[in-house]
Ligand binder design. Structure first.
Ligand SMILES: [Zn+2]
Length: 126
C-alpha cells in the first residue's frame, strides 16, 4: 500500500501490535485523512489494524471493526474529542466508541456499513 496518499499518517502507526501486519482499508484511510486535514491538529493513533488473532479480537464472538481495517482509536480528550466526533459524523464515519475516563482517553472511529447487525451511525462507551 502506498502510504504517501495519507501524508499525516504512517504504516507503523496502524500495524497490528500482535502480528505486525498492515491491514488497513484504503477507503477508511482516505476518510481518516480527510478528518485529519479538517481537524488540523496532530492525531495520535493508539490502535489501527488488529489481526483476528490479536488477543482483543480473539476474545470476541467474531472479529470486530479493527480486524476489517476500517477502525482506528485516537488518543484525544475534552473539546478536541468532541471536535473529532463532530467532524467524523459529517464525513460518514458510522461507529463512535467513547472512552473519556482516566488516563488513557480515546475515541474509536469506524465506518462499517449498516449490515453488521446494528443500525448505524452508532455510539457507545467503554
Ligand atoms: Zn477501536
Amino acid at each position: 500500500m502506498d502510504w504517501s496518499r495519507w501524508p499525516n499518517f504512517s504504516a507503523g502507526e496502524f500495524r497490528c501490535s500482535h502480528t505486525g501486519k498492515d491491514g488497513m482499508d484504503p477507503a477508511f484511510m482516505d476518510r481518516l485523512q480527510s478528518l485529519r486535514t479538517q481537524y488540523g491538529k496532530p492525531m495520535i493513533i493508539t490502535s489501527g489494524y488488529r489481526d483476528p488473532s490479536h488477543p482483543i479480537e480473539a476474545r470476541k464472538a467474531s472479529p470486530g471493526a479493527h480486524a476489517s481495517g476500517r477502525a482506528a482509536d485516537i488518543a484525544v480528550r475534552g473539546g478536541n474529542a468532541l471536535q473529532v466526533i463532530e467532524l467524523a459524523l459529517a464525513l460518514g464515519f458510522t461507529g463512535f466508541g467513547v472512552n473519556q475516563k482516566g488516563g488513557s482517553r480515546f475515541i474509536h472511529l469506524d465506518d462499517l456499513p449498516n449490515d453488521t447487525g446494528r443500525p448505524r451511525p452508532w455510539i457507545w462507551s467503554y
